[in-house]
Each structure stands twice: as C-alpha cells, then as structure tokens.
Design a protein around this ligand. Structure first.
Ligand code: SF4
Length: 289
C-alpha cells in the first residue's frame, strides 16, 4: 500500500470513529516527546546572553532570603573607622594643683596627636595668669606657629582692637589661648581626634585661671566650650556657661577679615561682654545644656 492509499484508509477510519461518537484519539506517545516535537526549530538557546540594553532587574527581588539577611552585617564593617594608636598619657596630673607655668612646661614637647611633629612652636597661651577674661580661639595659624604666640598677624591685630577699643581692657590684662596648641596643616579645621588629645590642656588652663568671663571666638571654640552642635550663627551674642563660668560666643576675627559686613554684629556681642566684664550687668544666660 502506498502513502496515498494509507492516507485514504486512515481518513476513512477516523470518519467512522467520529460517526460512532469518538472525539479523541490517543497518539500513545510520552508527553515530553510531544513537547519536544511541538518546540519550534528556531527556539533560542537556554543561556542566551543578556542584551546590553536590558535594564538590570530589581536586585531585592532576586536575592534569596538567606543572602539578604547577611547584607546589613557587612555595612557597619565597611564604615568602621580606624581608631588609630592610643595617645600617650597626659604629661601632668589633671587633679594636681599647679601653676600655668608648670602646666606649660609639662605640655612643652607634646606629641599626643598627629599635629605635633609638624609644628614649629607649640602655642600654649599668653597673658595674665589671673585674668578675669579668657579668650579662646580655634588653633594657631602660620604666624602663630612661627612665633609661638596666639593671635598675631592680621587676625591678632583685629582681636587687639576688639579687646582694647570695645571691651576697653589692655590686651595684657586678659589671657588668650586656643583649643589646639599646634597648627593644623594649611590652616584646615581641627579634627575630632586632635581636639580629644589636646582638650585636657585647655580644661586645665581654665581650671587654673578660673576667670569671671570667657569669650569664645568662632564655631569650634563656642561649640567645644558649650558642648553643643548649634551653628555659630545661632550661638553668637548669647551667654552660656562653661563649668559655671559665663561664656559669650562671637565670630572669629579671621572670619571678620573675610566678611567685614558682620563687624557690626560682633560689636553688639562685644558690648555685652564689656558690660559684664566691668560689672555693669549680669550675664543673661540664654544657652543651657
Ligand atoms: S595639638 Fe595639642 S595634643 Fe596635639 S601635639 Fe599639639 S599640644 Fe599635643
């Protein structure tokens, strides 16, 4: 029997089945074999490369639950800061009775922080050891580093005018110092680890002098003395307390050299300091901590 005869036989058989009410005929084949036959010859390979323009799928939909829980444990490790070496012990006993000269001699040669090796001179402080007014700045600059004296150069000249012409006190009657005793390179801002290392010296200076009034110059001095993160623009002109001592904040003279328009604000602040210094008014404490 040729193929045409076979096809006619098969067609006739199927018609007779249909006439007898049979609507389904099994091929007797395995389903997977049928699927294999049904797959078009042009189907793409199973591991076709990603088209470049295809956007990456949302990662959180693809990360298995077990992998997801480990992600947060990695983040803190990535952020962890190297604490660096422990600073050397303090060169004096913080609880001991001592003079300013004794403290200065103890501090001389300090290498507790990374600024020590780069300095020309340690700038401890200058002025009257029994001053009623202590002025605290930020850190020595190039002139101060060269001379070993705080507030020399143009900013120092402006400070002298502030003290003598506005507060009306001879400069040698007050005591002037900084938070940091050594110059940060390029006059950059003090860094927290440097302040941590150096602040015991300023605490001790203020404990020895015990002034009636402190004037904080600039953000770093004001925030350190008042233990706050409040911006200097909101601190200036207000009294807070450093260990019970009234402390007035104002802008740094170096800032005024760059922003002379703000001189009138500083003048207002200094007149408040003058009135308290000369006993004309009590300090109105507005900042609490
Ligand atoms: S800045 Fe202060 S702590 Fe750092 S080396 Fe100078 S004196 Fe020592």
């Amino acid at each position: 029997m040729n193929r045409a005869q076979l096809a006619r036989e098969l067609l006739g058989h199927l018609r007779s089945q249909k006439a007898a009410g049979i609507s389904y005929v099994s091929l007797g084949a395995r389903p997977e074999a049928v699927a294999e036959v049904a797959r078009p010859a042009t189907a793409p390979p199973a591991r076709a490369p990603e088209p470049e323009a295809t956007p990456a799928p949302e990662q959180h939909t693809l990360i298995p639950e077990a992998a997801r829980v480990s992600a947060p444990t990695l983040a803190p490790m990535a952020k962890r800061r190297d604490p660096g070496p422990e600073p050397s012990p303090l060169p004096f006993d913080p609880d001991a009775e001592m003079t300013l000269d004794g403290l200065q001699a103890a501090v001389d040669g300090c290498l507790r922080c990374k600024l020590g090796p780069g300095r020309t001179n340690l700038v401890f402080g200058v002025g009257n050891p029994a001053a009623n007014l202590v002025i605290v700045g930020e850190a020595p600059g190039a002139n101060e580093d060269a001379e070993g004296i705080p507030f020399v150069g143009r900013a120092g000249q402006m400070l002298t005018k502030m003290i003598e012409n506005v507060i009306e006190v001879p400069r040698q009657e007050v005591y002037i110092c900084n938070i940091l005793k050594c110059r940060p390179p390029g006059n950059r801002n003090p860094e927290p680890d440097e302040i941590d290392c150096c602040e015991p010296y300023l605490h001790k200076q203020l404990a020895i002098i015990r002034p009636r009034l402190i004037l904080a110059l600039g953000k770093f001095a004001a925030q350190w003395l008042l233990q706050t993160k409040t911006p200097i623009g909101r601190l200036r002109g207000k009294f807070g307390r450093y260990q019970g001592i009234p402390c007035l904040s104002t802008y740094h003279p170096a800032y005024l050299l760059r922003n002379p328009r703000d001189k009138k604000l500083v003048l207002e602040d200094l007149l408040k300091a003058k009135a308290v210094y000369h006993g004309e008014t009590e300090a109105e404490i507005e900042l609490f901590r």
